[in-house]
Write a protein that binds this ligand. Structure first.
Ligand code: AGP
Length: 603
């Protein structure tokens, strides 16, 4: 989730841009840069790491007079966090900043290289500025060149572009990633990927809609969609920065639950092809001699690891073992070279997980990290990394990282299935079809959220919760229980539904709340009979299922899905929102629960 800012006016631009990028720091980044254009003089400043490094480079710069400029904080999706990969990206006489993923950047890059264009970065973004200049060469019309560039891009993008062709303007476009343009009482222009970057500067703003683009100068904002001029839909800008950073949600965790549809879509970009999965970070030789998978992780990442083991065995026919990192470290484990050693970590800094990775490296195993933070210790240690592209996760209780982990692991199981030829083409196509449906399944309806908000009031006491499920819904039950524990401080356990009769059912009574995950697409009848056993002993049941369950005390209806993973993602939303709404009723600090840290960098 990168940050974008822009400015057209007469103030000191470095203060405007740096202040805007500082307000966007909460979105997370690993490098930053700005570019300015005055008269015919185009300048750029870039740095890796924190913004203070960029400010250092700007200390002898001042804009002094009319200027246009753009700025960017980068969260790596393509290419390591380096100065070369930091935005803005330069053509011959233009600069661009971009947030999102250009799915077809490799084919564009190839065709431009064949025309003799030199690329300096590993990013997808750089193709935008070279394509713009290439189109400009054809027709000498910068606006048409900009339109043609946008039409050639596939994927998600929010773009700002400045060019020596016209040093009065900033070109902008919004498609799939957020972008806002606004102005102040003097007609000076401001841009931001979140309105928090514009508070105290712009007075009125336009929350650009997908497909809108145009240019802005001191003569005003010109807005277009499908080559037709559009009326400016301006709104007065809020002056509450924290409220803006949460995009109007009550907590970052709530915002991140709602972001899951978008970030899971990002995690799929350029990876879900017509008939197969592709990871540009991997190559098939990496899997030579590998016929087993061993995964180590902690907490929520352990739950996604456990769920993925069902997929790796079922789809890729790869024997898969999953271990809690803190246990694995001290059990004198077998480390076999025919196993791919996988670590899963949102932060990339979890001490226990990192240590298991070092153990595997020492034992000469091939290692793969599935991680959300590029350049983290785990990423720097693993042989290969697949980035989650979830953007910064502020809530201590992990949500969108879990969702993107599940998507990446599902895609990886299909990637390996292709290599091992373990899936028929027809089955692969059906899997890919199901994958494509997930972003829309993750869109939360007001009806669902209101229902969960209402029924959460009944679950504020009692002597505890069981979350139960079978197959991939057992790890989801573990995850639901962890979410509830973490932020409501109520006791909850995740359990395989089939295990209840082996002891836990002794706890069953009306004060015991059971959250039963009852998917229709997988072992429904088996799960249903387990839940009936609990209900017969007076346990209070909250059934989550596409099928009405008459014995439930509460019922949340989910949708039928052809694939169990479709039900998995929808029920994931339910257990996340349930823990959120119970914790809010308890008056807890959902984003910063007691005793917890976002990243456990100690043993
Ligand atoms: C999850 O909600 C918790 N915050 C915690 O269990 C977390 O998943 C665990 O500490 C692992 O963190 P990592 O994914 O950054 O390695």
């Amino acid at each position: 989730m990168c940050g974008i800012v822009g400015y057209v006016g007469n103030k000191e631009i470095k203060d405007i841009l740096i202040d805007g990028l500082t307000e966007l720091e909460y979105r997370g980044y690993d490098s930053a840069g700005i570019a300015t254009l005055q008269e015919n003089n185009i300048r750029h400043f870039k740095s890796i790491g924190k913004l203070v490094n960029l400010q250092d480079k700007l200390k002898n710069y001042s804009s002094d007079g009319f200027v246009v400029g753009i700025g960017h904080t980068r969260w790596a999706t393509h290419g390591k966090p380096t100065e070369l990969n930091a935005h803005p990206h330069l053509g011959e006489y233009s600069y661009v900043v971009h947030n999102g993923i250009i799915e077809n950047y490799q084919e564009i890059k190839k065709s431009l290289e064949q025309k003799g264009v030199n690329f300096v970065s590993q990013t997808d973004t750089e193709v935008i500025v070279h394509l713009f200049e290439d189109f400009y060469k054809d027709n000498n019309d910068e606006f048409k060149a900009f339109e043609k560039t946008l039409n050639a891009l596939k994927g998600a993008f929010a773009v700002l572009l400045i060019s020596k062709i016209d040093n009065q303007k900033i070109f902008f476009a919004k498609h799939g990633s957020p972008l806002i343009v606004g102005d102040d009482e003097n007609g000076e222009i401001y841009f931001g990927s979140s309105d928090s970057a514009m508070i105290g500067k712009a007075k009125e703003v336009i929350y650009l809609e997908d497909g809108e683009y145009g240019y802005a100068s001191l003569d005003g904002i010109k807005l277009f969609k499908k080559s037709k001029s559009k009326k400016l839909h301006k709104k007065t800008l809020t002056q509450d920065k924290i409220y803006a950073q949460k995009d109007g949600f009550r907590f970052f965790m709530e915002k991140e639950i709602y972001e899951q549809s978008e970030v899971v879509n990002d995690s799929m970009m350029g990876r879900v092809l017509d008939e197969q999965i592709d990871f540009e970070e991997l190559d098939k030789n990496f899997f030579k001699g590998i016929n087993e998978i061993q995964i180590c992780a902690c907490g929520t990442s352990y739950h996604s690891a456990l769920a993925s083991s069902y997929l790796f065995e079922r789809l890729a026919k790869m024997q898969t073992s999953v271990e809690i990192a803190s246990e694995f470290r001290y059990k004198q484990p077998l480390m076999k070279k025919n196993r791919l050693f996988v670590v899963i970590s949102q932060s990339g800094e979890t001490a226990d997980t990192l240590e298991t990775l070092k153990m595997a490296k020492k034992a000469g195993m091939k290692t793969l990290a599935i991680c959300n933070v590029d350049n983290s210790s785990i990423v720097r240690t693993a042989d290969k990394t697949i980035l989650l592209r979830a953007g910064i996760e502020k809530g201590v209780a992990s949500t969108k990282a879990f969702a993107t982990q599940m998507m990446v692991l599902w895609m990886l199981s299909l990637y390996i299935a292709k290599l091992k030829n373990s899936l028929k083409r027809k089955k692969m196509v059906k899997e890919l079809q199901s994958i494509r449906e997930i972003p829309s399944i993750l869109k939360i309806t007001d009806k669902l959220h209101e229902k969960i908000k209402r029924l959460s009031k009944r679950y504020l006491h009692g002597h505890g919760f069981f979350f139960i499920g079978r197959d991939i819904f057992f790890p989801l039950a573990l995850e639901g229980a962890l979410k509830l524990k973490e932020i409501s401080y109520l006791h909850a356990e995740g359990y395989p539904a089939g295990e209840m009769k082996h002891g836990p059912i002794a706890l069953a009574d009306s004060e015991l709340f059971t959250i039963a995950l009852m998917p229709k697409s997988l072992l429904y009848e088996k799960t249903k009979s387990n839940v009936e056993e609990l209900s017969a002993r007076d346990s209070t049941i909250l059934a989550v299922s596409p099928e009405e369950f008459e014995l439930a005390d509460d019922f949340i209806k989910t949708n039928h899905s052809a694939h169990p993973m479709g039900e998995f993602f929808e029920m994931m939303i339910v257990v996340q929102l349930l823990s959120l709404e119970i914790a809010i009723r308890m008056g807890n600090d959902v984003d910063m629960p007691r005793n917890l840290a976002k990243s456990v960098t100690v043993e």
